[in-house]
Design a protein around this ligand. Structure first.
Ligand code: BEZ
Length: 213
């Protein structure tokens, strides 16, 4: 079964484009974006890897390490990286797990047999420094993912980690946020002395607090 929110991601060691990769050692104390895709030399995956490579500085800025996975041997990943450079205009600047024996795919529940017995589905895990799953999504093979949305969700997760707020639909970094229902009005005034707005007793908004504070 696939991992669910707040499940602990188990450790694994597998080949990768940077050599044998032991997940816990590689992740260290950082957040991780782990994403799987069906196979090497497939068109949608080629564009996805290019998109993530171009966004890599944004993941770096947020302290999130990026790790891809597909069920091919490492030499095929390396040859595919040349195609990605040629067609996407960017080098593959993060490691790709070469899960040739599907050991990691089975461990993390990335094969959905009703979709394919052999290919990994397009799953994303955002993993925190305690190795817990903080976001997961799964797309069908024919639908490429929007990695800007994943960055947006990471911004929300990092903000709501340190402040008693939640983010509304379509929120973007810098927009007003929602005060958690568990915070009383008195508590809200203590936390946000510059003021907040009650649209309804259960819907109270405030300017976005500074991240990390
Ligand atoms: C792709 O990655 O391009 C792909 C894989 C399976 C079905 C359709 C597209």
């Amino acid at each position: 079964m696939s991992l669910r929110l707040l499940d602990t991601v188990p450790d694994f060691t597998q080949d990768s484009t940077i050599g044998p990769l032991r997940f816990y050692d590689w992740a260290g104390d950082d957040w991780v974006l782990l994403f799987s895709h069906p196979r090497a030399f497939t068109p949608v995956c080629t564009t996805e890897l290019g998109a993530v490579a171009r966004l890599k500085p944004e993941f770096d800025r947020r302290g999130v390490k990026v790790l891809g996975l597909s069920v091919d041997p490492v030499d095929s990943h390396r040859r595919w990286a040349e195609d990605i450079a040629e067609t996407q205009g960017t080098t593959l600047n993060f490691p790709l797990i070469a899960d040739h024996d599907r050991r990691v795919a089975d461990l993390l529940g990335l094969i959905h047999p009703n979709a394919s017995d052999t290919a990994t589905v397009r799953t994303v895990f955002v993993i925190d420094p305690a190795r817990r799953v903080r976001l997961t999504l799964t797309y069908p093979a024919s639908t490429g993912r929007n990695f800007a949305e994943i960055l947006r969700a990471i911004d929300s997760i990092l903000l709501t980690e340190t402040h008693k707020v939640a983010t509304p639909a379509d929120w973007r970094d810098g927009d007003d946020v929602i005060i958690l229902p568990s915070v009383s009005d008195e508590g809200a005034t203590a936390l946000f002395p510059d003021g907040w707005t009650a649209h309804k007793p259960y819907l109270r908004t405030v300017k976005q607090p500074a991240k990390g504070g």
